[in-house]
Every structure is written in structure tokens, then in C-alpha cells.
Design a protein around this ligand. Structure first.
Ligand code: PLP
Ligand code: CA
Length: 304
């Protein structure tokens, strides 16, 4: 395909690229959907790739739902052929990390949504039960004696008490400090934003003087989960399609995978070009190999 870096790709070149790759990794929000609304044409793209016998997986930093929930969401939004095995969320991969890498024996203190706990339960990982006493404070609440890991993800019911407890558990150097993802913020369709897990993790990193191990993109771990479940994935055969340079493009680079930025989400092409023109060589890992306006640009390539 000739030169690389921020290449706007369409027509026969795009068709050649799609034919050359046999494993497609799609980020979800900003690529496949915006919140509860599918990106126009995305369902057709996914079903066409699957029909052509390509492997398709979804790699999302959103830790708030268990995988079953994603299967239902895909179905609801018109992606009727997506199966559980194709979904790699930061909650699912965090559960795998705690089970298979940390091999945690003891409890996990979770800051996160119910979906994250569900995912941990399914992997057989015991979590500290949160008792909902609105008047409890760190001065008088009980701390569990056997907490071996603190896992922090997006939590729409975050309280000061949860941060305080997590800070106390992290005083123990043997207590593992994990983050589902380090996303700074998320766009809402209304033009407002949500602070992401990254902002909560920053608070706990300051309080503990420690650095969290990040499971989600751009860390390689999610690709390790994918490779162990799809035997013999060759990075050269993969394409990572995402909308955020600092997570998706860096993830692809970290995994030795070609990357494609789609302009339906967070990052603009100007930001990619800025990284490309930057003197800092580390910034080159944030530059996509290819750029499309939307994944619906794939559709003509599926026509005879
Ligand atoms: N985490 C939360 C809580 C979100 O709301 C979102 C996007 O909406 C994400 C993470 C990012 O998800 P993705 O990696 O699919 O873009
Ligand atoms: Ca995204």
C-alpha cells in the first residue's frame, strides 16, 4: 500500500486493504455507535465482513456492562450476528487479569458499576460487598482484612468514602492497583462530557503515590486476551479501527497492528497530523496508518 501514516483511504485502495486483512478489531463508541445510536452503515459493514469469513472482534474500554449486555446492545442496534466470544471489554479483560495473571486469592475492592462486578463474579473473583449506609464515613466504617487488589473503573455512583477506602487498601504494597482503563473523558451526544476512569485513577494515584496497572487500551493486555482465545492471530493480518488516537491508535501500535482512524468520534485528522509532524518520535505511535470518514466507507468494497 505504499507510504504510511494518516493516509486517507477509499476506493480500490481501501478494497485492497480490506481484502488483505483477515482480523478486524473495532473500538465501539465513536466507531460502531454513539451511545444508543448505531453509526449509519456500521451494522452492514460488520455483517459483510463476517459473511466474508473475516474475524471481527470488538475492543471497548467501557467497563460498565458485562459481555451479555453487549450482545443485547448489538442486537438492539441491528448488529444481529455478534456473539459473546467477539466481545472484549475492559471489565471482562480485568476479570481475566485478576484470575489468570494476578491469581488473586482474597477479595477485590471495586470502584465501578454493577456490570464490572458481574463480570468479576462470572470469573469467580470475590469482591468486597458494599453496604449502602449513606451516613458511614472513613472514621467509622469497617475495612475488609483480606483485600488483595483494588480495581478502579467508571463509577457513576462514586463517593468520597469509596476513594477513601481504596486509598487505605492501597497502603498495603501487596495490594495490586488495577484500572479498567485510563480514558480521560467521554463525549455525550448532548455536547456534554463525562469524566472517565482516568480522572478517578488520577485521584487515587495521587493519594497512594502509586501507579495503576491499566488493563484497557492502549495496554497490550486486551490483545493478549484476544490472541489466547483466537489461536494464532497474526498481528500482520489485523486492522485496529478506532476513533481515539491516545487509546486506539496507540493500542494498535503497541500490538504491532496496522491502525485506522475513523472520523466519527473523538479525534480529528488535524490532531493526527500534529502528532505526525511532531519531533517527538514517541508521538508517531499515535499516528494512524489509515483514515476514513466513517466505517460506512467500507461498503462499496463489498459490492461486486
Ligand atoms: N468508558 C465509558 C464509561 C464510556 O461511556 C465510554 C464511551 O462511551 C468508554 C469507556 C469508551 O468506550 P470505547 O472504548 O468503546 O470507545
Ligand atoms: Ca471509542
Amino acid at each position: 500500500f505504499g507510504f504510511k501514516g494518516c493516509q486517507k483511504i477509499r476506493g480500490p485502495q481501501l478494497r485492497n486493504l480490506l481484502e488483505a486483512k483477515d482480523f478486524f478489531l473495532f473500538d465501539c463508541d465513536g466507531v460502531i455507535w454513539h451511545g444508543e445510536k448505531a453509526i449509519t452503515g456500521a451494522a452492514k459493514v460488520v455483517s459483510s465482513l463476517i459473511r466474508q469469513g473475516k474475524n471481527v472482534v470488538f475492543v471497548t474500554n467501557n467497563s460498565t456492562r458485562p459481555r451479555e449486555n453487549y450482545v443485547h446492545k448489538f442486537d438492539r442496534l441491528g448488529f444481529t450476528d455478534v456473539m459473546l466470544e467477539q466481545i472484549f471489554s475492559s471489565s471482562y479483560c480485568s476479570a481475566l487479569y485478576l484470575r489468570d495473571v494476578v491469581k488473586v486469592c482474597g477479595q477485590v475492592f471495586v470502584i465501578g458499576c454493577e456490570g464490572l462486578r458481574t463480570e468479576l463474579q462470572e470469573a469467580g473473583i470475590p469482591c468486597v460487598e458494599e453496604v449502602d449506609d449513606p451516613d458511614a464515613t472513613i472514621y467509622d466504617c469497617a475495612l475488609a482484612p483480606d483485600v488483595k487488589a483494588v480495581l478502579v473503573g467508571h463509577d457513576d455512583k462514586l463517593t468520597f468514602l469509596k476513594l477513601a477506602k481504596a486509598s487505605c487498601y492501597l497502603r498495603d504494597p501487596d495490594c495490586v492497583f488495577l484500572a479498567t482503563d485510563n480514558d480521560p473523558w467521554h463525549p455525550l451526544s448532548s455536547g456534554r462530557i463525562l469524566p472517565g476512569s482516568g480522572s478517578l485513577i488520577a485521584a487515587l494515584e495521587v493519594a497512594s503515590g502509586r501507579k495503576a496497572t491499566v488493563i484497557g487500551k492502549p495496554s497490550r493486555f486486551m490483545f493478549e486476551c484476544i490472541s489466547s482465545q483466537f489461536r494464532g492471530v497474526d498481528p500482520a493480518q489485523c486492522l485496529m479501527v478506532g476513533d481515539r488516537l491516545e487509546t486506539d491508535m496507540l493500542f494498535g501500535s503497541n500490538c504491532g497492528i496496522d491502525t485506522m482512524l475513523t472520523l466519527t468520534g473523538v479525534s480529528q485528522i488535524e490532531e493526527a497530523e500534529k502528532y505526525q509532524n511532531s519531533e517527538l518520535t514517541t508521538n508517531q505511535s499515535l499516528v494512524p496508518d489509515y483514515v476514513v470518514d466513517t466505517i460506512a466507507d467500507f461498503l462499496p468494497a463489498f459490492e461486486e
